[in-house]
Structure formats: C-alpha cells, structure tokens
Design a protein around this ligand. Structure first.
Ligand code: ATP
Length: 228
C-alpha cells in the first residue's frame, strides 16, 4: 500500500551474485538505498563496481539473491513474471546510453509504441515531446536527429507512461559538454516538477551539480554520499 511518504525506490540489504564457479562475483554486496519521489540521485563509481547491477535489480531485470526491492511500495519479488513485466512497463522508465531508439520509427511513433506496449492505446506523443523540447522533431527518425536530440526522445519515450521511477544509464556518454548539461538538467526538471524519482548511473562528474544526491559504488558496496 503506498502513501505520499512511500519511497519511489526502496532497496534493502540486497546481495546479487553473478557468474559461476571461480568466476563468481558478488556484484551487489548488502546494498541499501531509498529514493523519494522528486529526487535525482546519481550513482558513480569505477568500472565493474556494480552500478549496472543496481539499475538491473531496481528495474526488475535481475533478481537479488537476498534482500528486497520495492518500487512505490510494491515488493517486486511478490509479483509473478507476467505481472512483473506489466508493472515494469507501467511504473518504470528506462533511458539508455544513446537513446536506444528504433531506427525505422519517427520520434512520435517511438512514444506511441512504448504506450501500446504498456497497454496505453491512446498516447498523445505531442505534449511529451514538447516537454523535452522535441515537439518540432516529432516526424523525424533517429538518423535525422543529433545525439542530444536522440537522447531527449529517449527520455520522452521513458516518460510517456508516467512512470514513478526513471532509471538512467550513462545518458551523457555520447554527448558534448553543453548537451550533457542540458540533458541532465532536463532529468532534474522532470524529477522536481513532475515528482518522478530518477536514478542515474554516470561517469560524467561534470553533471553531478544537477543532482540532489551522489552515491558512490565501490566493489559492490554503496558508500557514503559524495559531496558535489
Ligand atoms: N553476466 C555476468 N556474469 C558474471 N559476472 C558479471 C556479469 N555481469 C556483470 N558481472 C560482474 O559483476 C560486477 C559488476 O558489474 P556491473 O556491470 O554491475 O558494473 P558497472 O559498475 O556497471 O561497470 P561499468 O561502469 O563498466 O558499466 C563486475 O565485476 C562484472 O564483471
């Protein structure tokens, strides 16, 4: 049961082990973190420290060996495979490194498809594209867009079903400095204005100033907050 004080994401004492035999790795080692609606939280840390694994369990793409993951009060482990897929489509948005758009679809159709997959047949892409400054590019395919524009369409697609939680993996990897600031400022605005909880993995220390909290992962452990 969720209330206004319910965290958008509540990860508690999770352990995730990957691989077999001698190559078995503890990707997450007793990780706990709570993110409230309206917060933009950055996760930084060295390569292999477990950042993607954290996003994977938060997005119900992987299941921890122990510990719990709650999204807006729902314990993901209590959902059947089918219900979990529907829950993910409706409540969690994903933004990937380079937008991850389908080459053949216009910006508007990327959003319509995301809506339909979540059971939303009557999505109106225009206001969502407008909200990320892409209203004038609704009819363009990814090949006709710049890297920053593609990333914005990717964010619009992730927002089209009004998720309570947005999981963002290296959104600035393909962008120059100015575009990087614009994209992360956009994520901060969505968090603060629409109350979406945003968890962003990044190597880009330049953009941390836009974040409400920065947490560092080292060897599968989530450490103390980093001062920005
Ligand atoms: N499928 C897998 N099988 C075995 N080990 C894995 C698997 N996926 C990841 N790992 C290991 O788990 C650990 C955490 O990986 P993860 O991808 O979460 O790190 P990361 O911080 O996201 O790294 P990067 O910044 O390079 O993307 C690493 O030691 C990695 O080698």
């Amino acid at each position: 049961m969720s209330t206004d004080n319910t965290p958008a994401l509540d990860i508690s004492n999770t352990v995730l082990e990957l691989g077999d035999g001698d190559s078995r790795v503890r990707a997450l080692d007793d990780v706990s973190v709570t993110v409230m609606p309206g917060e933009l939280v950055a996760i930084v840390g060295p390569s292999g420290s477990g950042k993607s694994s954290l996003l994977a369990i938060a997005g119900a793409l992987a299941h921890p060996d122990s510990g719990t993951v709650r999204v807006h009060g729902t314990d993901l482990a209590t959902l059947s495979k089918r219900t979990r897929a529907r829950f993910r489509l409706r409540n969690i948005g994903f933004v990937f490194q380079s937008g991850n758009l389908l080459p053949a679809l216009t910006a508007a159709d990327q959003l319509r498809l995301a809506g339909r997959l979540a059971g939303n047949r009557h999505v109106d892409p225009a206001p969502v594209l407008e909200s990320v400054g892409m209203g004038h590019r609704a009819g363009h395919r990814p090949g006709e867009l710049s890297g920053g524009e593609r990333q914005r369409v990717g964010i619009a697609r992730a927002l089209v079903n009004h998720p309570s939680l947005l999981l963002v993996d290296e959104p600035t990897a393909a962008l120059d400095r100015q575009r990087s600031h614009e994209v992360v400022q956009l994520l901060a605005d969505r968090a603060h204005d629409a109350g979406v909880a945003v968890v962003m993995v990044t190597h880009d220390r330049d953009v941390l100033e836009h974040c409400d909290r920065v947490l560092e992962m080292v060897d599968g452990r989530l450490g103390i907050p980093v001062a920005v």
